[in-house]
Design a protein around this ligand. Structure first.
Ligand code: GDP
Length: 242
């Protein structure tokens, strides 16, 4: 189409459905990719993690934030992330492989939920260290999905976790997507207030090179599912240069 005819008019209205179709196609492709997720391995120390170069996306959040439900919704499997809740695995990094079976193209790392009062103090400290090390040092880490209960907002513990990754996020080495979970429980007005508060709290991490996203999410109502899948898919499948 000639640029001279572009502008307000029929072309503009025709472009919207085309963009929506493209977004829908990207979401479908990403959801199909996510659906192929399978449990790979569990690790309690960094040196037990795979040494290959597959890009990783880490899921983090306070216990009860809705992390397992979000992962299960994204992969469209009822129990995948509940593997992380079975005895012996709750304080482990659980890894899921994605992409073709013979040639996986990414991994998702389900990190232990933090802030769970029943974990005894020494174990908690050890765990914080493993998580901090993973987030600060794991070279394969491309992005972090931080799950935050939309009714609580970012808590002190979430901020402390973000401190671990502030530098890598700020420089754009690691992307960040904050999901305000259980959005089905909020009125529209409360949802807007939750977004505004979280956005203000994340402002400190922003910077020219940083890629920080924020979205409402509901595993039960499937709010944000396609968009989140498309974002994560894009993190590990960058578009070829034009
Ligand atoms: P995790 O500890 O972070 O893995 O949290 P879970 O996924 O186990 O969820 C904690 C609680 O929140 C459970 O009772 C879930 O049923 C509930 N929950 C999780 N996601 C949603 C959601 O999208 N909507 C609602 N209403 N409840 C949710």
């Amino acid at each position: 189409m000639s640029p001279t005819v572009a502008g307000p008019g029929p072309e503009t209205t025709a472009a919207a459905p085309a963009a929506a179709d493209a977004a829908g196609a990207a979401a479908r492709e990403a959801l199909a990719w996510a659906h192929g997720a399978r449990f790979q391995t569990t690790a309690s120390r960094l040196d037990q993690l795979p040494a290959d170069e597959l890009p990783e996306i880490a899921f983090v959040g306070r216990s009860n934030a809705g992390k397992s439900s979000a992962i299960n919704a994204l992969v469209q499997q009822r129990r995948l992330a509940f593997a992380s809740k079975t005895p012996g695995r709750t304080q482990h990094i659980n890894l899921f492989a994605l992409g073709p079976r013979e040639q996986p193209d990414a991994r998702w790392a389900d990190l232990p939920g933090y802030g769970y009062a029943a974990v005894e103090r020494a174990a908690k400290l050890r765990w914080q260290q493993v998580m901090a090390d993973y987030l600060q040092q794991r070279p394969q880490l491309r992005g972090i999905v931080l799950l935050v209960d939309s009714r609580l907002g970012l808590t002190e513990l979430d901020r402390r976790l973000l401190d671990f990754v502030a530098e890598r996020v700020h420089t754009g080495q690691v992307r960040l997507l904050v999901l305000l979970t259980k959005a089905d429980k909020l009125s529209r007005r409360d949802a807007e207030a939750a977004l505004a508060a979280a956005s203000a709290a994340l402002g400190e991490l922003a910077g020219e090179a940083a890629d920080i996203g924020l979205a409402l999410f509901s595993a039960t109502a499937r709010t944000g599912l396609g968009d989140v899948a498309a974002t994560l898919h894009g993190w590990v499948h960058p578009a070829p240069p034009a």
